[in-house]
Design a protein around this ligand. Structure first.
Ligand SMILES: Cc1cc2nc3c(=O)[nH]c(=O)nc-3n(C[C@H](O)[C@H](O)[C@H](O)COP(=O)(O)OP(=O)(O)OC[C@H]3O[C@@H](n4cnc5c(N)ncnc54)[C@H](O)[C@@H]3O)c2cc1C
Length: 386
C-alpha cells in the first residue's frame, strides 16, 4: 500500500516502525501494511492509497438479553404488524448485537419458517390444541413464564386488540413497565430502549425509558417497515416446556361468527381513498367517497376534520391521532394536508391529491396532483372507467 503523512498530523515527521521515518515533504511511500501503519491510519496520522485490510472479526450475536416479539397469528395468518416488528426488531438487535426472537403460541406451527424468513433468529414455540384461539389468561400465563425463564431485555407486541389486551397483563405479572402505542423505537447510547409515542392528544411526542426489565412496548401497526423476505435464512426453533391445561382458559369459545359490519382494515389496505372537509357535507361525503373507493377496490379513510364533523367514524381517521397507513396508493380528496394528517400517510408508495386550491400543502408530498373540484372530479373519473 502507499502512504503519506497527513497534513493534520501535529508534527512534521513520524516513525512508522522498521526504521522508516516519514515527513510532510515525503511523496507517497510504498510500504507493507503493518500493525503500526494500520494504527496510524486509524488515528488519521497517515493518508493511504489502496484498501485497508480489515481483519475485524464479526462478533457472534449474543443469546443473552435477546429481543422478543410476540408473533400474533389469527385465522391462519400472521398479523402484518408482526412482520413490521421483525423489521424494526432486527435493526434494534443489530445495534445491541443480540439475537432477535419471536414467541409463538399456536395449535399448529404454520408460521416459524415465515417468521425466520422475515428476520427472526429464533422461534420459541408452544404448540398445543388449547392455543387454537386467543385466550387472555392462557396466553399471559405462557408468555410470562417464558419471559421469566429466558429473560429477554426487550419484548414487543403489536398494538392490536390482542396486543393491547395481553401486554399490560404480562407487564403487571412481571412487575415491569409498558409503553403503549409506540410510533418510534430506538437504542440509546446506554443501550436502553427509547420509546416514542404521541402524548397529550398528539400535541407532544413523548420519549420514554423504562428502568425495569424487560422493557416492553406495544407498537402501532403500519409505522415500522417490513424488511425483504429471505427464504434461505436459517433459524433455531425452541420448544417451550410449559404445562397448560383447560383450567388455564378464562373463556370457552363456543362459536366464532364473522362480524356483519365490514371490518375497517386501513393498515393493511393496498389502496385508500380518503375524504376531508372539502367534501363539504356528510351527505356529499357518502355520495362520493364510497363510490370512488368501490371502483378502485379501496378502503375508505378520512381526515380528522371529517371525523370531528361526524361524517364518518373514528376508525377511518388517518393521521397522528388516527391510523398510520402505508398503502400502495393513497388518494386524498378535499384534504388540505395538515402536518398531523401527513404524519399518518406520508410513507404511502404513491400519493394522489385532488384539491381545488393549488397551494394546498398536500400537493408538496403528492406524486400526482389534480387541481380540481372534487364534486366534478370523482363522477367524471368513475364515468371514464365505465
Ligand atoms: C393534536 C392534533 C392531532 C391531530 N390529529 C389529526 C389526525 O390524526 N388526522 C388528521 O387528518 N388531522 C388531525 N389533526 C387536524 C389537522 O390539523 C387538520 O385540522 C385536519 O387534518 C384538516 O382536515 P381537512 O384537510 O379535511 O380539512 P381542511 O384543512 O379544512 O382542508 C380542506 C381542503 O379541502 C379543499 N377543498 C374544499 N372544497 C373543495 C372541493 N370542492 N374540491 C376539492 N377540494 C376542496 C380545500 O382547498 C382544503 O385544502 C390534528 C390536530 C391536532 C392539533
Amino acid at each position: 500500500m502507499k502512504i503519506k503523512l497527513s497534513i493534520n498530523y501535529p508534527s512534521s515527521e513520524l516513525h512508522i516502525g522498521n526504521g522508516i521515518l516519514i515527513n510532510k515533504e515525503s511523496d507517497w511511500l510504498e510500504v507493507e501494511e503493518t500493525k503500526e501503519i494500520k494504527e496510524a491510519i486509524e488515528k488519521g496520522f497517515l493518508e493511504y492509497e489502496g484498501k485497508l485490510e480489515k481483519k475485524e472479526e464479526k462478533k457472534e450475536k449474543s443469546d443473552k438479553d435477546e429481543i422478543w416479539i410476540f408473533a400474533e397469528a389469527l385465522h391462519g395468518k400472521l398479523a402484518r404488524v408482526v412482520l413490521e416488528l421483525l423489521g424494526k426488531g432486527k435493526e434494534l438487535a443489530d445495534s445491541l448485537n443480540v439475537k432477535l426472537s419471536v414467541i409463538l403460541l399456536t395449535d399448529k406451527d404454520n408460521y416459524s419458517k415465515e417468521l425466520i424468513s422475515y428476520g427472526a433468529d429464533k422461534v420459541y414455540i408452544l404448540e398445543n390444541p388449547l392455543l387454537k384461539n386467543y385466550d387472555t389468561n392462557l396466553f399471559a400465563k405462557v408468555i410470562t413464564e417464558a419471559i421469566k425463564n429466558y429473560a429477554p431485555q426487550i419484548v414487543l407486541y403489536g398494538a392490536t386488540h390482542i396486543g393491547r389486551d395481553l401486554a399490560p397483563r404480562i407487564a403487571r405479572r412481571l412487575d415491569t413497565g409498558l409503553t403503549a402505542d409506540c410510533t418510534g423505537l430506538d437504542i440509546t447510547e446506554n443501550n436502553e430502549l427509547l420509546q416514542t409515542r404521541p402524548a397529550f392528544g398528539g400535541n407532544l411526542m413523548a420519549q420514554i425509558l423504562c428502568k425495569k426489565r424487560p422493557q416492553m412496548s406495544t407498537v402501532r401497526p403500519g409505522v415500522m417497515q417490513i424488511i425483504p423476505q429471505d427464504k434461505d435464512k436459517k433459524g433455531e426453533i425452541i420448544k417451550l416446556e410449559i404445562k397448560i391445561s383447560e383450567s388455564d382458559l378464562s373463556t370457552r369459545l363456543k362459536e366464532s361468527v364473522k362480524s356483519a359490519k365490514k371490518v375497517i382494515n386501513l393498515e393493511e389496505a393496498e389502496i385508500i381513498v380518503s375524504g376531508g372537509r372539502g367534501l363539504s357535507s356528510q351527505e356529499n361525503f357518502h355520495k362520493l367517497i364510497p363510490a370512488f373507493a368501490k371502483v378502485l377496490n379501496a378502503e375508505i379513510g378520512s381526515s380528522r376534520a371529517a371525523v370531528d364533523a361526524g361524517w364518518i367514524e373514528k376508525p377511518h381517521q388517518v393521521g397522528q391521532t388516527g391510523k398510520t397507513v402505508r398503502p400502495k396508493v393513497y388518494i386524498a380528496c378535499g384534504i388540505s394536508g395538515a402536518i398531523q394528517h401527513r404524519a399518518g400517510m406520508q410513507d404511502s408508495d404513491l400519493i394522489i391529491a385532488i384539491n381545488k386550491d393549488p397551494s394546498a400543502p398536500i400537493f408538496k408530498i403528492a406524486d400526482y396532483g389534480f387541481v380540481a373540484d372534487i364534486n366534478e372530479f370523482i363522477p367524471a373519473f368513475i364515468e371514464s372507467l365505465k
